[in-house]
Every structure is written in structure tokens, then in C-alpha cells.
Design a protein around this ligand. Structure first.
Ligand code: NAD
Length: 340
């Protein structure tokens, strides 16, 4: 697929890591470790390898786990030539990547993404982070992995919730790239759609690694998505779906909302329940969360990623007061929102 992204199966990945001569620091999601213990047993027993099990999913992304991992590796002896391998979903690679970025001022790393979401998005682009008390991904760095091993084998054990979450992130790409939109419409295989999304993101990241311009369009649906994820404790990719819907409601784009429903239908995302109801929707709280987001320019305005009237995804600076007023006026549509 590309110099950085390698299609593989579990046996090939394990074999290539067994043959690697560097000291390997494996960071693995606790759940993935349990599920794939036998497939990874030989690797775990390999000479010159340290094995660190992170808390499951989002539990990996905090200061305590970051410190625990750093002390674990430093205690056992590592060098700047050690190579870190992150095995897990997006939360694990964000956390492990932050360890790779900070251990001895930065060591090289590679990722084995084990969820759909991490294969199409989180593992690509070198953004690594942990969460802080006030919000997601507030402490982190840019640290590009050397290799990403995309392996379908892992997807068979994903829960329904995680499959929906991954497909939520894929839905975003349908607004960014015509080729991906067409593949989804033609109901091509999930594996092919994952490849298209991964390559799309990789190409964009190559042009704008530090997210100073064009790369920001990948945040479509994420400004409100992060606030929904944080407020209602739902998986990241599912929150992106609601983040997309909120952007379309904000901009009176009923056609885009219909397109979103069609995309979800073609991806076989069914029965997703709106995370809020009339009494739990709290616009002020959502805006307070978004204001702490990195996309916030200052307390007055935010860089919002929107779809314009020519169906192009663009970055626009918007005033918070206008957003707040518009969403307050549209409260009825938001309360009644359903994507099924
Ligand atoms: N760095 C980036 O560019 C970027 C982009 C998008 C999302 N993210 C981050 O990614 C995270 C979400 O990633 P995610 O959706 O992969 O979730 P996740 O990593 O939290 O994993 C979700 C759950 O699936 C389990 N799991 C992982 N692989 C599995 C497998 N093969 N079989 C069964 N269970 C498995 C995990 O244990 C966890 O319970 C968020 O923290 C988000 O902020 C980062």
C-alpha cells in the first residue's frame, strides 16, 4: 500500500518482529493481549524484548499510565536504539506513541492497529496524546511511526460498538473524498474501504504533517464530536457521527444530513441511538468543552471544519456567539435528531 503502511496477517507480523534485531518495547492493550495471547505467545517470549500491558482502551491515555510505562522501561534498561511496538486500538497507539515520543527524548516506533478506527485514522499521521482532567488529547506530541501493520485478522473480535465506532470515522471520509464515497455507495468490501481511507489520510499527512493547514479537514465532525464523546461517554467514532450531524444542523444542511444517513445505511450502521435527550442536552457544557479543544483559536472564535455549498470540506473561523445562538435556535432539531 505504501512505504509506511504494510498489509499483513498476525503470523507475518509476529515473524517479522521475531527477526527484528533491535530491542523491542511492546506496548499492548490489555484486552488485545487477552484475546490474542496464544498468537502472540512466541513474540512475548522473544529475547531482548520488554512487554508492557496498558490499561484497556481509553484507560491507557492518562498521566498515571504514561508514567507507569516510562518507569517500567527505564527500570529494565532501554537505549535510544530501542524500538517501541504499539499493539491495540487508537487509545493504545495514542498513549504508547506518547511514551515513544518522550522516552529518552524520543525513540522510534511502529503500530499494529487492531480496530477499524485505528486502521483508518488513529494509527496514521503521528499524532500522539493522553487526556487531561479538562479534556481529551490535551497533552501530546507529533511523532511519526516508522511502520503501520494493517491486519484484518484482529477485526474479527471487535464488539458491535467498536465496529460502529470505526465505521463512524469512515463515514467522515465519505465527505472528504469522492472515491471513498463511491466505494461506500457501491458497498465494496470493508477491507478495501479501510485501505482507501488509510491511503487518503497518509497522503494528506505527508503534505501537512504538523496540521498547520490542509490536514485540519480531517477534523470534520470532531469539534463537536470530542465534546459529545466527553459528555456522553460514547466511543470516539460514534461521537464523530453525531459531531457531523451537529455541524450539518448548525449550517442548515439537510441534504448533507440525508447523505450522512445514506452513508451509514450503506456501511450497515443500524440502530444508533442519539446520545442525548431533551433533558440531557446541555449546549453550554458542550461549548465549554469545545473551547478547551485545540481547534479553539481564543475565547471568541474557533476554526470549524464545515462542508461548503460546493460540497467541499473547508476550514472556517466562526464566532462562538454565532454558533451558540444558532444552536440555541435549532434546539428543537437537535432534540429530535435521529440518524436511523
Ligand atoms: N492520533 C490520532 O490521529 C487519532 C485519530 C482518531 C482517534 N484517535 C484516538 O483513538 C481512540 C479511539 O480508538 P479506538 O476506537 O481504536 O478505541 P480504543 O483503542 O479505545 O479501543 C476500543 C476498545 O476495543 C478494544 N479492542 C481493541 N482492539 C480489539 C480487537 N482487535 N478485538 C477486540 N477488542 C479490541 C479495546 O480494548 C477497547 O476496549 C480515542 O482515544 C481517540 O482520541 C486518535
Amino acid at each position: 500500500m505504501s512505504k509506511w503502511i504494510r498489509k499483513s496477517n498476525i503470523d507475518e507480523i509476529a515473524k517479522s518482529l521475531m527477526e527484528d534485531e533491535r530491542q523491542l518495547l511492546v506496548c499492548i492493550d490489555a484486552q488485545v493481549e487477552r484475546l490474542y495471547a496464544s498468537e502472540l505467545a512466541d513474540l512475548k517470549g522473544r529475547h531482548n524484548l520488554l512487554w508492557f500491558s496498558f490499561g484497556q482502551g481509553e484507560n491507557a491515555k492518562n498521566f498515571a499510565e504514561w508514567e507507569r510505562a516510562l518507569e517500567f522501561f527505564i527500570d529494565r534498561g532501554v537505549s535510544r536504539k530501542s524500538h517501541l511496538i504499539a499493539i491495540g486500538g487508537g487509545a493504545l497507539s495514542d498513549a504508547a506513541g506518547f511514551v515513544a515520543a518522550t522516552l529518552l527524548r524520543g525513540i522510534t516506533w511502529s503500530i499494529v492497529p487492531t480496530t477499524i478506527l485505528s486502521q483508518v485514522d488513529a494509527s496514521i499521521g503521528g499524532k500522539v496524546a493522553i487526556n487531561a482532567k479538562h479534556g481529551k488529547n490535551l497533552v501530546g506530541s507529533f511523532h511519526q511511526p516508522n511502520e503501520i501493520f494493517v491486519c484484518e485478522d484482529f477485526l474479527s473480535s471487535l464488539s458491535k460498538e467498536e465496529i460502529i465506532s470505526g465505521k463512524g470515522e469512515i463515514a467522515k471520509y465519505a465527505f472528504l473524498d469522492l472515491k471513498i464515497a463511491q466505494a461506500i455507495e457501491a458497498q465494496e468490501s470493508l477491507s478495501h474501504i479501510i485501505d482507501l481511507c488509510a491511503v487518503y489520510k497518509l497522503e494528506l499527512v505527508k503534505r501537512d504533517f504538523k496540521e498547520s493547514g490542509e490536514r485540519k479537514i480531517l477534523n470534520l465532525g470532531h469539534t463537536f464530536g470530542h465534546a459529545v464523546e466527553w459528555s456522553y461517554s460514547i466511543p470516539h467514532g460514534e461521537a464523530v457521527i453525531w459531531g457531523l450531524a451537529l455541524i450539518f444542523i448548525l449550517d442548515d444542511q439537510s441534504q448533507q444530513l440525508e447523505k450522512l444517513k445514506k452513508v451509514l445505511e450503506n456501511l450497515q450502521v443500524r440502530d444508533i441511538k442519539t446520545p442525548w435527550n431533551k433533558s440531557s442536552w446541555d449546549l453550554d457544557r458542550m461549548i465549554a468543552i469545545v473551547k478547551k479543544d485545540k481547534k479553539s483559536i481564543d475565547s471568541e472564535s474557533v476554526e470549524l471544519i464545515v462542508v461548503n455549498s460546493q460540497d467541499q470540506v473547508v476550514i472556517e473561523e466562526r464566532k462562538w456567539s454565532n454558533i451558540s445562538n444558532a444552536l440555541t435556535r435549532k434546539q428543537g432539531d437537535i432534540h429530535a435528531l435521529s440518524l436511523n
